[in-house]
Design a protein. Structure first.
Length: 109
């Protein structure tokens, strides 16, 4: 009987360790955000796959206040490009875009 409890305890510990590793490596952390200048070098598709899931406060903490903000949308100027970040009412990033100075979406590279 003690052997069954020991095996059950080992399985529970193993599941907890696996859950911790999953949470650690899939958490949207400030440490994983690239510098704002690096964002300008990415394609719009890369930016849109990277940023959704982060909270807007995380972006502001790492990159500073946006150049403009209104209606759940923030704008950061990066040289001659503008990063547009739309977020939901719970402050989670939903979709992003990169525009050039004429307002046209930056082509994917």
């Amino acid at each position: 009987m003690k052997k069954k409890y020991l095996i059950l305890l080992v399985i529970v510990i193993w599941v907890c360790v696996c859950a911790w590793f999953y949470g650690y490596y899939h958490h949207k952390s400030n440490d994983n955000l690239p510098a704002l200048a690096s964002i300008a070098e990415m394609s719009e598709a890369d930016v849109n796959s990277l940023l959704p899931g982060y909270k807007i406060d995380q972006l502001i903490e790492v990159w500073g206040e946006p150049d403009h903000s209104e209606n759940n949308t923030c704008y950061w100027k990066i040289g001659d490009k503008t990063l547009i970040v739309n977020y939901k009412s719970n402050d989670v990033i939903a979709i992003c875009g990169l525009k050039d100075k004429s307002g046209i979406s930056v082509d994917e590279e």
